[in-house]
Design a protein around this ligand. Structure first.
Ligand code: ATP
Ligand code: MG
Length: 443
């Protein structure tokens, strides 16, 4: 049964003039009582297949003729080079078998018109039928680009000898702040779903020195935006003997490497969704400028935006700020009052912390957040107390400093956000198979 031939390879010219057995699903079907034109799809592409009654016999022909869209079939035949056929090849079928029929009472619900109504976006209907929507060419394309982004992240870190490291998903304390914590009942106690791998990575920093992960993080984001999920994929890294600037260098190199990989591996996929390849080439090739938070606030104020020094930048402000960016920009040195205790205070001016966000252009905004950690025991205790955070849940974190603390830091990159930005999606939901947000946990 194992599948030997892939439509993508056939269309690439690997099997011209020879007999192949194609296994796939019917994407479109038309024709007469004697000849059927089937557009067959598999995970690698589509090809037109010509099925003649004379060639396959009456019984098989009737089955194919009565087959509806998304029925699964095996078609055997000779690959013909044909300029007029989409993709340049056509299968002249000699035998046909229907494997999984689609019943007439239950036709495939995602029709051409439902897709057109959604216009690349996602209606409730398509979200309700997500499990079926996955097979459409747009979603398949997004999933392939997504896979390349994950691959690029693993390669980047592994090439630099980082160790992949795993943290628990049930945790006792907050990383990002209480307002987005998911509470979980846990044998009569309350625990939380993790918002980040960071604190547990810091505990292993003296063991591994260079570590990374790609794992889900959970945040109870109440406001629904085009860039927030409640469960998202978080690529995080932590590195010893490094300061804020070293960590930004990694962030920049990683994002550029992702853009480069996506261009190399997914050029055709990007074209199929009308993505401008020159933009992605620019993101791969250009350096990313760094600006300080204070400058950004001045710029925004100059544009008439209502923002006060000390406020974090939310999406509406990032959108305005990134309007004129042609490549991602780092925003550095946020006010201490805007950030949690683990951000290291700038020794040159204690109003600021040594942190950074990387903001993507085209209105996408923050894709990476990171910085240097508060790494001495004395400073971490002072910061925890100053913020009124209880010490007890963070004792393991404090211990990391008690026993041989060293300068270190890291960042978190929202993988879904990066996929959404690089593919030019309108909404983060478009690039994850089963999106989770405050209203939807099904299918
Ligand atoms: P935002 O201000 O956009 O909510 P954040 O400051 O809360 O982001 P961090 O805590 O720095 O984000 O998390 C690191 C990265 O994880 C972010 O830069 C972003 O790319 C991603 N991220 C954070 N929250 C979400 C979310 N709810 N859905 C998808 N990605 C997210
Ligand atoms: Mg957030």
């Amino acid at each position: 049964m194992a599948k030997e031939f892939w439509i993508g390879d056939v269309q690439a010219g690997d099997h011209d003039g020879v007999e192949v057995e194609l296994m796939g699903w019917i994407k479109r079907t038309r024709g007469s009582n004697k000849i059927r034109f089937i557009v067959l799809r598999d995970s690698t592409g589509t090809i037109q297949c010509v099925v003649k009654k004379d060639a396959v016999g009456e019984e098989a022909f009737e089955e194919i003729k009565n087959s509806l869209i998304e029925a699964s079939v095996i078609l055997k035949g000779i690959v013909n080079v044909d300029e007029r056929a989409p993709g340049g090849h056509e299968l002249v079928v000699s035998s046909a078998e229907v494997v999984g029929a689609v019943r007439p009472e239950t036709p495939f619900p995602i029709t051409q018109s439902a897709m057109q109504a959604a216009d690349g976006g996602e209606t409730e209907f398509l979200l309700d039928n997500r499990h079926l929507y996955l097979r459409t060419s747009r979603m398949t394309t997004m999933l392939k680009i997504r896979s390349s982004v994950f691959g690029a992240i693993h390669s980047y870190f592994r090439d630099l000898k980082f160790t992949e490291y795993h943290a628990p998903n049930f945790v006792a304390g907050a990383v990002e702040g209480g307002s987005t914590l998911f509470e979980v009942p846990y044998f009569g106690k309350k625990v939380y779903l993790t918002q980040s791998w960071q604190l547990y990575a810091e505990a292993a920093m003296p063991a591994l020195e260079r570590l990374y992960t790609i794992a889900p993080s959970f945040r109870a984001e109440k406001s629904r935006t085009r860039r927030h999920l409640t469960e998202f994929w978080h690529a995080e890294m932590e590195v010893a003997w490094a300061g804020n600037s070293d960590i930004m260098e990694h962030g920049e190199a990683l994002v550029r490497n992702i853009a480069k990989t996506v261009l190399e591996e997914r050029e055709d996929d990007l074209k199929s969704i009308d993505r401008d390849l020159d933009l992605i080439a620019r993101y791969a090739d250009s350096p990313y400028p760094r600006i300080r938070y204070d400058e950004a606030v001045e710029t925004l104020q100059g544009l008439g935006v209502d923002i006060e020094w000390g406020q974090d930048l939310d999406y509406s402000k990032e959108k305005i700020l990134t309007q004129d960016f042609d490549v991602p920009h780092f925003l550095t040195h946020y006010p201490k009052i805007a950030k949690p205790f683990y951000h290291r205070v700038d020794p040159e001016d204690d109003k600021y912390v040594l942190c950074h966000d990387l903001l993507a252009p085209e209105g996408y905004g923050e894709i990476v957040g990171g910085g240097e950690r508060t790494w001495s025991e004395q400073e971490i205790l002072a910061r925890i107390d100053e913020e009124g955070v209880p010490r007890e849940p963070y004792q393991f974190y404090i211990d990391t400093r008690t026993y041989g603390g060293v300068p270190h830091g890291g960042f978190g990159l929202g993988v879904d956000r990066v996929v959404s930005w690089l593919s030019g999606a309108d909404h983060i939901r478009e690039v994850i198979p089963f999106p989770r947000d405050s209203r939807r946990v099904t299918p």
